[in-house]
Write a protein that binds this ligand. Structure first.
Ligand code: GLA
Length: 385
């Protein structure tokens, strides 16, 4: 609240108008990694870290944007200048996410106008907690609402995904933007990324901690897009055996085994991750609903192994963080969360072990890497508002 007042005051001083405030959270994914763009299942929760934008309309067609965190001001003209960018996704500037959202809204025929935007975020950057989705969703809300337009939550999430896919050049799925819009305090979201049907799962029984390795490998953007292409190759090859196949979501583990010889060995392993991960999400939802934390934790561990060995999106620091967590009594399970190549792990921990977990993991990680990890107790939060 104090932060919001500060932002409001800074806006008034800088732009000379009374702003409205819009806020969107980052997310942590409990399980279901690299399944969203395969039309599969995911289980994210919105978290207590947000991007907040103070905004007011302008009378011209200019977006004037100021990042408080980076102390940078940029201007983009809404008319004409928003040409489609083709980027690799890994070197995007913060302005691209806001401009990308403006571009996607206009593509959709949503007539936004110019605006002044003062942006502040506390979602850790490059940590796999979706700081970019938080920025996109907060921007989309701000740009539409100050133009007196209101669009539905699902359309908002889809437009933000489109901005990231087509403007920023990162071919992400719908999970992050969906979670940022639809989060609910105290709950995870079980989302079917094909039908977009979802239900909320109570996290009351579970104590989740997020460990930030404080590393982010530069490969992340290009390798992400490459994984997506490898899944598409898998669908093509399996489609010769399973007529009409459009997504790995529709392949069972038994079918994959039966058609193993039709696949290049690397593509086989990529497919095995996605197909088994989908099965794990469904099982994990049952475990959570039955308060079977040991069962849920075992699935988290399997998920990490599969991401490390079959999908190859983990890294030494993430593997180490998971091993350190697993060695502590009272930890049900741990795994990397998000796209990979650095960032965070998510850990399911018995409530009476939280303090011990924090001090032991931090000390062991510092000893092994020389880095100070950040460890957050995850508070599942409401979506954008
Ligand atoms: C990133 C993407 C998501 C999802 C995850 C991996 O966070 O933005 O769409 O694919 O990676 O599960």
């Amino acid at each position: 609240m104090a932060d919001q007042e500060k932002l409001r005051n800074e806006f008034k001083v800088r732009f000379g108008a009374e702003p409205r405030l819009f806020s969107a959270p980052g997310r942590v994914n409990l399980i279901g990694e690299h399944t969203d763009y395969n039309a599969g299942f995911v289980m994210p929760a919105a978290i207590q870290f947000h991007t907040t934008i103070a905004a007011a309309p302008r009378t011209d067609r200019l977006l004037r944007m100021r990042s408080v965190n980076l102390a940078e001001t940029r201007e983009v003209a809404l008319s004409g200048a928003l040409a489609v960018q083709h980027r690799s996704g890994q070197s995007a500037h913060w302005v691209d996410y806001v401009a990308g959202v403006a571009w996607a809204l206009q593509q959709e025929g949503i007539a936004i106008g110019g605006a002044d935007l003062l942006i502040h975020g506390d979602v850790p950057l490059g940590a796999g907690l979706s700081s970019s989705a938080a920025l996109e969703v907060a921007s989309a809300l701000a740009l539409t609402r100050v133009a007196d337009l209101s669009i539905g939550g699902l359309q908002l999430a889809q437009l933000c995904q489109r901005a990231e896919n087509q403007y920023v050049g990162m071919r992400c799925g719908i999970m992050d933007q969906f979670a940022s819009v639809h989060g609910r305090a105290g709950h995870a979201i079980l989302l079917d990324c094909r039908s977009l049907e979802h239900r909320y799962l109570s996290l009351q029984a579970a104590q989740l901690l997020i460990c930030n390795t404080m590393v982010h490998h530069r490969l992340a953007g290009s390798e992400y897009n490459r994984r997506r292409e490898q899944c598409e190759l898998g669908v093509q090859a399996l489609g010769r055996k399973i007529p009409g196949l459009t997504a790995l979501r529709d392949v069972s583990s038994a079918q994959l085994r039966a058609f193993k010889d039709a696949l290049d060995p690397l593509i086989f392993r990529r497919c095995r991750h996605v197909i088994s991960e989908n099965e794990r999400v469904v099982a994990a939802a049952g475990a959570l609903e039955g308060a079977d934390l040991a069962g849920f934790g075992a699935l988290m561990r399997e998920s990490h192994r599969s991401l490390r060995d079959d999908y190859e999106v983990s890294c030494d620091e993430l593997d180490l963080m998971v091993r350190l967590a697993d060695s502590i009594d009272g930890v049900y399970g741990a795994r990397m969360t998000g796209g990979g190549f650095g960032g965070c792990t998510v850990n399911l921990v018995r409530s009476d072990r939280v303090q011990q977990f924090r001090s032991q993991v931090a000390a062991d990680y510092a000893r092994a890497t020389g880095r100070a990890a950040q460890i957050y107790v995850c508070e599942a939060a409401d979506g954008a508002h």
